[in-house]
Design a protein around this ligand. Structure first.
Ligand code: ZN
Ligand code: MN
Length: 434
């Protein structure tokens, strides 16, 4: 029996505010001495009162709009109760009944539409370290503004789940609401995984359980964890047993997921509105103001590249994902100054070193290329120069970079200026490092 994957994602992101979520502590906590960015509020001391950070609220709403959500006119914070050493209050301030944003979606480059259930705002917990039989806690992260994006269980492959997460990373960076650096813990993923039969999939029936993989801190990690979980669950189902609803963590060493604790149902958290924080109400003028401050997002930019700049689907995708976004503005300027769209895109995408050039230099490079000498001819000249300059070649191999510049100069001279120095440099290093 072949089972089908049903996967839902929760993406947690640290917002790029100056202060923490409910206190005046500096939010630049990365790489700082433990327990140096703390106060009675984020330490959860009795009597300390939370004051919401309005910048974090606005950033969450901006992100919600970017993810095609509806912004709620009325919203409030709830207490989510659970006991854990890194949560000294015994509850986390989060949102349950009235999140800031609901019912959004994002369309992947594959055309798959990913439905987003909600985008809400909460506070992060502290961080525990387990060392030599002791547990140490760093409270710098406690009370950091944390936005949570929850999708519906619509992912059928882990490839789409990774593509979605990468798009979220690009979007929050374009919006300047988060740096989303996974190594710094600014972006963390959780995957809810269950399996079902193809019949259930076609009838859109969800399985009656889900297994949550917590704290996924890299895309590779997510791929491995999901694959191992599909294997484990298939085996349990094939043996005729039921799968337990629980939280599992991925163990890098064994490449398997391990049981952590039984998964709570919403009612286990005893959510109720936080009585220390008044409910929020947003008027139309304010919400429209957020709408007008929304910049062009990668998925909109992709359409612009296709229609206005007549760029192919493939290159439009490359220029509006990940590193491509770093040179998309330069691409538009070059094309506006007369550069051919496809050739400009290929140049910027394939040769990263050209991204530091000016518009004029790129145009020159593009128009010059056609009357340049052929690569085969250039290779002959390059090999001749290498053969004639033994000393420079030996020096290069001992690490003297100056001799490479000398060799490039020789090739350029012999090619009578018709060669492209960037290509010459690559050709020489390729041949010499063989
Ligand atoms: Zn604080
Ligand atoms: Mn959460």
């Amino acid at each position: 029996m072949e089972y089908k994957l049903a996967l839902g994602l929760e993406v947690h992101l640290h917002l790029k505010t100056a202060k923490k979520m409910f206190c005046g502590c500096d939010a630049d906590i990365y790489g700082k001495e433990p327990n140096t960015h703390v106060c009675p509020t984020c330490l959860g001391l009795p009597g300390a009162l939370p004051v919401p950070n309005f910048d974090a609220v606005k950033m969450t709403q901006l992100l919600g709009l970017g993810l095609n959500c509806t912004l709620n006119n009325n919203s409030h914070f709830d207490r989510k109760h659970y006991f854990y050493p890194d949560l000294p209050k015994g509850y986390q301030i989060s949102q349950y009944k009235q999140p800031l944003c609901e019912n959004g979606f994002l369309i992947l480059d594959s055309g798959e539409k990913i439905e987003i259930e909600r985008v809400h705002l909460e506070e992060d917990t502290a961080k525990s370290f387990h060392e030599g039989g002791k547990t140490l806690i760093d409270f710098n992260k406690s009370g950091m503004p944390l936005v949570e994006i929850v999708t519906r269980p619509v992912f059928k492959t882990v490839v789409d789940a990774v593509a979605f997460s990468k798009k979220i990373q690009d979007i929050v960076r374009v919006l300047k609401v988060s740096d989303a650096d996974m190594e710094k813990g600014q972006m963390r993923l959780e995957a809810n995984i269950s399996l079902r039969t193809s019949e259930m999939e076609s009838k859109k029936i969800l399985p009656d359980y889900k297994v949550e993989i917590k704290n996924i801190n890299s895309f590779r990690f997510m791929e491995k964890a999901v694959e191992s979980e599909i294997k484990r669950q298939s085996e349990v189902l094939a043996s005729g047993k039921k799968i337990k609803q629980e939280n599992r963590g991925f163990d890098e060493k064994s490449g398997k997921t391990l049981s952590q604790r039984d998964k709570e149902e919403a009612h286990d958290y005893r959510y109720f509105p936080d009585p220390d924080i008044p409910p929020m109400e947003f008027d139309q003028t304010y919400l429209l103001g957020i709408n007008t401050s929304l910049p062009q997002l990668p998925y909109q930019l992709k359409e612009t590249l296709k229609t206005t700049y007549k760029l192919s689907e493939k290159n439009s995708i490359s220029l509006t994902n990940g590193l491509g976004l770093l040179c998309v503005n330069l691409f538009m300027r070059v094309v506006e100054s007369g550069g051919d769209s496809e050739r400009t895109a290929n140049l910027l995408l394939n040769r990263p070193e050209t991204r530091d050039l000016t518009t004029e230099q790129i145009i020159k490079l593009l128009t010059g290329v056609s009357n340049k000498i052929k690569d085969t001819e250039l290779e002959i000249i390059t090999n001749e120069v290498i053969a004639k300059n033994d000393d420079a070649v030996k020096e290069f191999k001992t690490g003297k970079m100056g001799s490479l510049e000398f060799l490039i100069g020789q090739v350029m001279k012999n090619a009578k200026g018709k060669a492209d120095p960037v290509i010459v440099r690559k050709m020489l290093t390729d041949i010499l490092s063989k």
